[in-house]
Design a binder for this molecule. Structure first.
Ligand code: WT7
Length: 575
């Protein structure tokens, strides 16, 4: 059994009310995602079904039912409410992929507050700008990350409480710190869930911009509608064991600090009552294959950098494991090379289906719809209900000649679309042109309407699926005492697709030595997240500039990628 219907059929009869009906949305007593992912599943008779199978880095395994999920999120919700939190207050989750992260996500939503998940590898500066921007009042974290919070405490006046979920009593708690241990708290059976409406804010994810600070992408509870239906039709998860079908065991490899880890690592699968696995451990081919084998994972949603790393680990290691439980694979985050699709079909007997979307879109937009013939290297076609095309870069009119490169464009109005950038209306408005939402990526359409990714339309670097703003890295570099000017671009990389490279001119008195490179690297390491760290600093005498003095990243980029830069005189005139 599968959910797969023909793409054409789905298109013809499509309406988002399909999801509303299946979720009983109009009659639901609340539109709260927290309720949908736990209480409702229990009400449907699946209270004892496993919701989460978690494995820690030391091999510890924990299992939680949907009823456990319901109780744990109630308990956290009540605790937060007792701290004085109100609906729409921001609560940051700053944890590794531990069970409390998942429970807190639902708990924060249940009190109507806004959840702000942040990747726990972020350094204190990255954390600080995001907390300040959102005026976040509570952060939920672990002992191992609390020192980062302490370092920014003085300049974070909005932050009222720092909740530590694994406090061991060994060191005294400091200012604003409070311990909360779920296992030692009486589970809250009855909890009044905040009556959020469809348009009430839910999740605030931060994403890098080309210039300026990262932007807070605001989502609402109605996003559930797209997340539920795309999970069902694209990830092809199957709700129950009707017709003798084995239950699906799903694994989304993304961290909930990023949108894939919430839309498809929490909301989508749990709103369907699906069992999911979480591995809180670093990547290695062996770890991953072992995990799939041990838990009989059936559906696996991952990312191109991981897939390329698995390819590199080779075919031999795959044969050491029994991966026969796998039945469906999908990928997101960066371009998925045709070779990776072909390789996965050869080695796992299943192709990775590429899906395309963004933090801003909240749910899958373009996809290799299951059952649709795959054109390896292509992202597929718009999900039913999504009107998508490629438009001209100047007129923003749809391009009618197949093969012509333009900008990806979507008609606004799907349920999971962001509702704003936090306190940044101007940038939000700038994303709409001629009635289209423009995600900022270039692509071409082929004669059958398949989308082929070409590249980003801005200078943002996508390294291993993580967006890095060159501006942020350049700003950090400029703070180093040795640095006069800097320009940051990407350079090609076999596994990560692209990595960060910095060009730097030095202030008088400083020499382009390996020692200075190391000193600068160590200086910026404290300021940037590990993902944004340059792999290389190249010292140059001058940087190419436009006549108005703006550094021409595009020239440096072209050089790194071995591209023809053509006539540079026009570039020099660019603003
Ligand atoms: C950007 C969004 C939503 C998932 C995590 C990333 C790039 C995403 C693909 C793909 C080529 C892709 C785009 C997009 N991207 N999927 N299948 N092929 N590029 O979310 O951090 O908001 O990044 O990632 O450039 O705009 P994000």
């Amino acid at each position: 059994m599968t959910n797969i219907g023909s793409y054409e059929e789905r298109l013809k009869n499509f309406s988002w009310s399909i999801a509303e009906k299946e979720l009983g949305y109009s009659d639901a007593k609340t539109k709260n995602i927290g309720w949908y992912c736990s209480d409702r599943i229990c009400d449907m008779g699946k209270a004892e079904k496993t919701a989460l199978i978690w494995e820690g880095h030391d091999g510890t395994e924990k299992r939680y039912s949907f009823n456990d999920l319901r109780l744990a999120s109630n308990t956290i919700g009540k605790f937060l409410k007792n701290l004085g939190l109100k609906n729409e207050d921001r609560v940051c989750l700053f944890m590794d992929k531990i069970p409390e992260l998942y429970f807190s996500f639902l708990g924060v939503l249940k009190i109507g507050a806004i959840v702000q998940p942040l990747f726990s590898a972020f350094g204190d500066e990255s954390l600080h700008v995001r907390l300040e921007n959102a005026e976040t009042s509570v952060i939920i974290t672990q002992r191992k990350h609390v020192s980062k919070v302490r370092r920014i405490l003085e300049k974070s006046p909005y932050l009222k409480h720092i909740v530590i979920v694994d406090y061991d009593g060994k060191h005294p708690l400091r200012e604003r710190e409070i311990a909360f241990n779920l296992e030692e708290t009486v589970p809250v059976e009855e909890f009044e869930i905040f009556p959020t409406k469809a348009e009430s804010p839910s999740v605030l994810h931060y994403t890098s911009g080309t210039t300026g600070q990262p932007k807070g992408v605001k989502h609402v509870h109605y996003s559930l509608i797209s997340q539920y239906l795309t999970t069902k039709w694209v990830l092809d998860l199957i709700e129950d064991s009707l017709l003798g079908q084995e239950e699906d065991i799903y694994w989304c490899t993304a961290d909930p600090g990023w949108v894939t880890g919430t839309s498809y690592g929490i909301i989508g699968p749990w709103s369907m009552g699906i069992t999911q696995c979480v591995l809180d451990k670093g990547f290695s081919a062996e770890n991953w294959y072992q995990f799939i084998e041990k838990y009989n994972i059936t559906v696996w949603y991952s990312a191109p950098t991981a897939i390329r790393s698995l390819m590199k680990a080779g075919d031999e290691i795959v044969r050491k494991f029994n991966l026969s439980s796998l039945r469906h694979l999908a990928s997101v985050g960066e371009p998925l090379n045709a070779e990776a699709v072909i390789w996965s079909e050869k080695i796992y007997g299943l192709p990775f289906l590429d899906t395309y979307w963004q933090t801003e879109t909240g749910s899958i937009m373009i996809t290799n719809f299951p059952g649709m013939p795959i054109r390896p290297g292509s992202m597929g076609k718009p999900f039913p209900g999504i009107v998508g095309t490629v438009v001209d870069t100047k007129t923003y009119e749809p391009i009618t000649t197949p093969g012509t490169i333009g900008l990806i464009a979507f008609k606004p109005g799907w349920p999971a679309m962001m509702r704003s950038y936090w306190n940044n209306e101007e940038t939000y408005q700038s994303k709409f042109k001629n009635g289209w939402y423009i995600p900022g990526d270039r692509a071409r359409l082929d004669d059958e309407g398949y989308f082929w990714f070409v590249g980003r339309d801005d200078d943002i670097i996508n390294t291993a699926g993580h967006l890095v703003s060159p501006f942020e890295v350049e700003s950090a570099l400029l703070e180093a005492e040795q640095v006069a000017e800097s320009a940051v671009v990407s350079k090609p990389d076999e596994i990560n697709m692209e990595v960060v490279k910095a060009f730097v001119t030095l202030k008088p008195g400083f020499e382009p030595t390996p020692d200075n490179e190391l000193t600068i690297m160590n200086f910026i390491r404290k300021k940037l997240s590990p993902l944004a760290m340059p792999q290389e600093i190249e010292f140059v005498k001058t940087l190419p500039k436009t006549r108005s003095g703006k550094i021409m990243r595009r020239l440096l980029h072209a050089r790194e990628w071995g591209e023809d830069i053509g006539d540079t005189s026009t570039l020099e005139d660019e603003e």
